[in-house]
Design a protein around this ligand. Sequence first.
Ligand code: PGA
Length: 260
Amino acid sequence: MRRPLIAANWKMNHLLADSISFFKLLNKKVNDYLLVDVAVCPQATLLRQTRESAIERILIGGQNCHHEPSGAYTGEISAAMLKDAGAQIVILGHSERRRLFSETNEDVNKKVIICCEEGVHPILCIGESQAQRDKGLTFNVLQEQLKKCLMELPIEEAHKVTIAYEPIWAISGGDATKKSATPEDAQEAHNFIRRELSKIFTHDIAQKIRILYGGSMKPENVEALIRMPDLDGGLVGGASLDPGKFLEIIAKTHQYYSSL
Ligand code: PGA
């Protein structure tokens, strides 16, 4: 059985003081939920501090990375720098980066490869827009993103990758009333993703890769989502900013897994 992972994507939110109080609460309670792996991805300026504040079992991650190892790339951060700052994982190819900063599947592919080489394990984000879904293109989009973003990744590196299915139309953008995908729609997409991963790698590898759901996961809907057989946790944006809500998502995931 795959261990679930609940990962926080803080996006461009939280200052040092917020982060310190967040970990005061998270550290105290998170070991009550040992069946769940936990990660927090803050802005790069907070990486070192979050690694030092968080207890060891909480993974710390970046939100982006440049594909070159070093050089004249003002404002960019390399995989080695992420690692040096304490990151063990990194979110790559988030739809906000694709949409607002013109990242292509080819760019994301190079980032996935260098991060795996450097030992910073990627959470690769894929997902369709509302317009693509309306046109019945969801599976085509997911298939193309997976194929292109994982191209030429050596098969020995596949175990380092986590996939996050993030339907763009369900991402909250800070709107707590936004609806997530239904558990059934999420399961359909996750199952498709796993079958594609079997083709790209092998059946056994695909069975081991975690596929997270991202798009308005919150305490109110996590119980229904987490029951889906191909859904192995969440990449949580808005609801991860509040340590109480984030812990509730972790607690409900733990509760479900302890009932299995
Ligand atoms: P959300 O964000 O939980 O606020 O929808 C998820 C994400 O974009 O990673």
